[in-house]
Design a protein around this ligand. Sequence first.
Ligand SMILES: Cc1cc2nc3c(=O)[nH]c(=O)nc-3n(C[C@H](O)[C@H](O)[C@H](O)COP(=O)(O)OP(=O)(O)OC[C@H]3O[C@@H](n4cnc5c(N)ncnc54)[C@H](O)[C@@H]3O)c2cc1C
Length: 376
Amino acid sequence: MVGEVIRKVLIVGGGIGGMALAILLRSKGLDVDLAERDPQWRAAGAGLTLNGATLRVFSEIGIEEDVRRLGSVHGGVRLHDRWGNIIEDRPAYVPEPGDIMAGGAIMRPVLHQILAERTRALGTNVRLGLTVNTLDQDKDGVTVTFSDGSVGRYDLVVGADGLHSQMRKLIFPDAPGAAFVHMGAWRAVFPRPAEMETTWLFLDASQKLGFNPVSKTHMYLFILEPMTENQWREPEDWPRLLAELMSGYCDQVSSLATSIDESTSINYRPLEMVMLPQPWHSGRVVLLGDACHGTTPHSGYGAGLATEDAVILAEQICAPGDLDERLNAYCDRRYPRCRRVMDLSLDLNRMERAGVPIVDQFHTNMALMDIARQPY
Ligand SMILES: Cc1cc2nc3c(=O)[nH]c(=O)nc-3n(C[C@H](O)[C@H](O)[C@H](O)COP(=O)(O)OP(=O)(O)OC[C@H]3O[C@@H](n4cnc5c(N)ncnc54)[C@H](O)[C@@H]3O)c2cc1C
């Protein structure tokens, strides 16, 4: 693998990280096949919070303008207590490209559409309804057998197949899987009031609740609910349970709770985390994004980390030198940042579950936000 040029890459998983990598590699002229399990290539969920680092990656992969146009980029935040009193207000402004203080949000299906269009426009060979059955590595490449019986030969295979990664299981069968972190995440979409121009958080020791504009017309609600057990909630109960979690707050929140009905777009998920120790590759198969470091949404940073991985991995795939050393360099560069996001998110998770007062969570929150301001 000394000084080897990588020409043909298979990416398994067409999520945010996999598509970002496909775009970067196609821009550098590599042959890229992308295998996605979902035949419809859908993106579930509501809003996705973005930070300055994520927007910097979007600029590198050529989608920042679309994200600004179809999402919401504002760089502001307003903190309230549960009763609606404003504690701090950093007003909206329009951040310049590369602004480390920038923030915003976009509907996940909208971001998916932007990325998917660019992935296809650059000539990625997208194969839907397909996964990998076996990987057979030798010194010159990887022979892949797909679930439809077809066979492909690649210089490198990238597992970008998310938190419950099958690729992780194939190359590291003994690695621990994703673990429940005693929290449930609620998301819902509402019309955006004209006066809401920034992220609004309603702070309370019992749970994290906030709103983020995702477009000129809509905002998304997020709630992190502490839970003792990993309980699945039936979708028909979601409107009632969500309205209960929003009750007891000021009018801005509780009036929305009373507007919830069966037509409200609601999404609920018990939260899980995974952090794979180094290395993140075995021979010519390497992991990226949630497949090796799935975090909680405390920082609104999981998708951002996956896209940052894509930038650094693409650099190493195209670099000169020994391939094993290049893949180690990718992991060495990414591991400390991802580990730190994970550790701080877990700290916040523990504090929130223990009902630690918001002021005592402040430094951890600031440390988490500070990571996004550092170069990836
Ligand atoms: C409730 C919740 C809220 C979140 N909010 C935010 C947020 O506000 N901001 C943020 O930055 N992050 C957020 N995250 C984290 C973010 O969603 C993930 O970190 C991000 O999606 C990871 O991207 P990925 O490409 O690694 O994996 P994914 O986005 O999970 O994509 C994996 C892809 O692989 C496909 N796939 C899976 N298995 C296979 C297989 N065997 N073969 C082929 N294809 C396969 C899947 O269908 C999917 O398309 C949140 C997560 C949760 C759970």
